[in-house]
Design a protein around this ligand. Structure first.
Ligand SMILES: Cc1cc2nc3c(=O)[nH]c(=O)nc-3n(C[C@H](O)[C@H](O)[C@H](O)COP(=O)(O)O)c2cc1C
Length: 193
């Protein structure tokens, strides 16, 4: 079994989502860690991907993106750490998603519309948020981490991604500890690999 572990918090050892995603990996007991930063896609990337000329920097970056896609396609389980930054995922994680959502590789358009091609894997996502965004809360409409990731993984065929969330991390130290402990406990309760 191949497990791919993607983290996106910039806070290193202080990160809640990194601690929870590490606990998930620990629980599942196998890890291949992937953390190479990727550039954002530019017009030059898209032109080069269509066979146009590209400079060395773009070529290297496209090769790194292809390696990320290959790694994703080869994985049986993908563990993602996803903190909320300004109501959505960090741009680093979006840059990774831009390299793995690829027509003909992870989705295609057929007679029935879009069809996901990556449904053969289990995706587990550790979300951490400073506040609360649950149904019925005033900020619920501002939640674009879980809603987005659920949609984008569903689009490529992973219809049931599993989420473990630590919420209210910025409310105060006591709440942070409680939310982290509860998320770490949830990680140990995950279905075995
Ligand atoms: C740049 C930045 C933007 C943030 N934006 C939000 C936000 O919009 N809503 C929120 O509830 N928390 C926000 N937070 C708080 C983080 O979601 C929270 O601290 C979370 O634990 C970060 O994940 P990490 O501990 O894995 O780094 C933000 C934090 C940072 C660093």
């Amino acid at each position: 079994m191949k497990l791919l572990h993607i983290d996106s918090s910039v806070l290193g050892p202080h990160s809640v989502s990194r601690q929870v995603s590490a606990a998930i990996v620990d629980h599942l007991r196998q890890a291949t860690l992937s953390l190479t930063p990727l550039s954002h896609l530019t017009g030059s990337h898209l032109a080069a991907a269509q066979g146009g000329a590209a400079d060395a920097t773009v070529r290297e970056d496209l090769a790194a993106g292809q390696a990320m896609l290959d790694e994703f396609l080869a994985a049986d389980i993908v563990v993602v750490g996803a903190p909320m930054y300004n109501f959505t995922i960090p741009s680093q994680l979006k840059a990774w998603i831009d390299r793995i959502v690829v027509a003909g590789k992870t989705f295609k358009y057929g007679a029935q519309g879009a069809e996901g091609l990556a449904g053969n894997k289990r995706v587990i996502i550790a979300v951490s948020r400073g506040g609360f965004y649950g149904a019925g809360t005033p900020a619920a409409a501002g939640e674009y981490v879980e809603t987005y990731l659920r949609w984008v993984f569903g689009f490529i065929g992973v219809t049931n991604p599993e989420f473990i969330s630590a919420d209210g991390i910025q409310v105060g130290p006591e709440h942070r500890e409680k939310a982290l402990a509860s998320a770490l406990q949830a990680a140990t309760n995950l279905r075995a690999a």
